[in-house]
Design a binder for this molecule. Sequence first.
Ligand SMILES: Nc1ncnc2c1ncn2[C@@H]1O[C@H](COP(=O)(O)OP(=O)(O)OP(=O)(O)O)[C@@H](O)[C@H]1O
Length: 245
Amino acid sequence: MFELAGVRKRYAATTALDGVDLSIARGATTALIGPSGAGKSTVLRMLIGLEWPDAGEVRFDGEPLQRARLPEQRRRIGYVIQEGGLFPHMSAADNAALLARTLGWPRARIEARLDELARLCRLPADALRRYPAELSGGQRQRVGLVRALMLDPPVLLLDEPLGALDPIIRHELQAQMRELFATLHKTVVMVTHDVAEAAYLADTLVLLRRGRIVQQGSARALHDAPATPFVREFLHAQRSLEECL
Ligand SMILES: Nc1ncnc2c1ncn2[C@@H]1O[C@H](COP(=O)(O)OP(=O)(O)OP(=O)(O)O)[C@@H](O)[C@H]1O
């Protein structure tokens, strides 16, 4: 669904991506993992044309991403950032319906789609009438998902979607997301700092370090056959409760 070929990106003195070749499979879930500053969000932002490579190419669904075609290409991509990225002065429903309204969907169609998605994302109906500040973090995240799914795009990009949530809600949302991804058969690309979350939700993990891909494969492959000592180190860097007792 996505193809990055020789992608480089610099911000002043910082090299964010240093020659990335990456193929992202259609209909599968891919997790971008790696230390802070490795380039994970830059890759994600490139997939939706929020950043452009200095060198190399990004292809989406067989065609290069093009500035001129970006509005149309973006309609096929739902994008969720931490905390949902909602406009604070609009109700949850207005946030979610923004794009559909711009495209001229009739009110009844918008209402029906919102109802359907609120059920799917397990959002209480009254939550849609509230403003983002009146929702919990988990609910804001669900509204972000509803908004991303509104036009039923084949692709979902998620940037640390569960990062700001307490462990119980995070655990619950991980399970619901896994179910959702399996039901909807979308191409999902997500950034997460949590290796276990990546292994739980994704078919393929892509481990980045200093703007390069260190290893790409299933969690099992990274675990059983780490390409470098860093892969092993990164996979085991999270302390379990058991080892602290
Ligand atoms: N707009 C920008 N201006 C300057 N530098 C940037 C910009 N965006 C990213 N960078 C730098 O590029 C590098 C990669 O950033 P990126 O956000 O992709 O990393 P990341 O792996 O997502 O990190 P994190 O896990 O901390 O979110 C970092 O060194 C970052 O400081």
